[in-house]
Design a binder for this molecule. Structure first.
Ligand code: SF4
Ligand code: SF4
Length: 143
């Protein structure tokens, strides 16, 4: 009891060990794996990143004309790097930023909206598959 009270008292004079992140910048540790970055221009939309992602943090929305829209949830991501390893265009279409830090600030449409997006992405792909099977959509290369 006395020891814990002494510790508590001494802590008043010790330096603060916690960081006021994100208000203050922090020094990133060696080997830090940053956020997943995506480059649409280089992407060939093979969906490999989506398939290998353990928590399902990457989803592609399929538009009616066949175009796909990349969606990434940084709050679901476990930063394993599997998507980058699976990507046939690493460092161009997909890479891990070594410098970007997480922000506690929520981005609109990412966190709360993710489950809505998850359902929308699945639905869009099913719709596209049905339309393609019915011959309503042609591959762009077939056009
Ligand atoms: S780093 Fe891992 S968890 Fe994050 S998006 Fe890539 S495969 Fe998914
Ligand atoms: S694995 Fe790479 S090329 Fe394939 S869809 Fe994902 S980002 Fe695009």
């Amino acid at each position: 009891m006395f020891r814990s009270m002494l510790e508590a008292f001494l802590n008043l004079f010790r330096p603060i060990r916690t960081h006021r992140y994100p208000a203050e910048e922090i020094t990133l540790p060696t080997g830090y794996r940053g956020l997943i970055e995506y480059g649409k221009e280089a992407c060939i939309f093979c969906d490999k990143c989506e398939k290998v992602c353990p928590p399902g943090a990457i989803l592609f929305y399929q538009h009616e004309d066949g175009d796909k829209e990349y969606r990434y949830n940084p709050w679901l991501c476990i930063y394993c790097g599997e998507c980058v390893r699976a990507c046939p265009k690493p460092q161009e279409a997909l890479w891990q930023s070594e410098t970007k830090q997480h922000s506690a600030v929520k981005e609109e449409g990412v966190n709360e909206g993710w489950f809505v997006w998850e359902a929308a992405c699945k639905e869009s792909r099913e719709e596209y598959a049905r339309a393609k099977k019915a011959g309503k959509i042609q591959n762009k290369s077939e056009e």
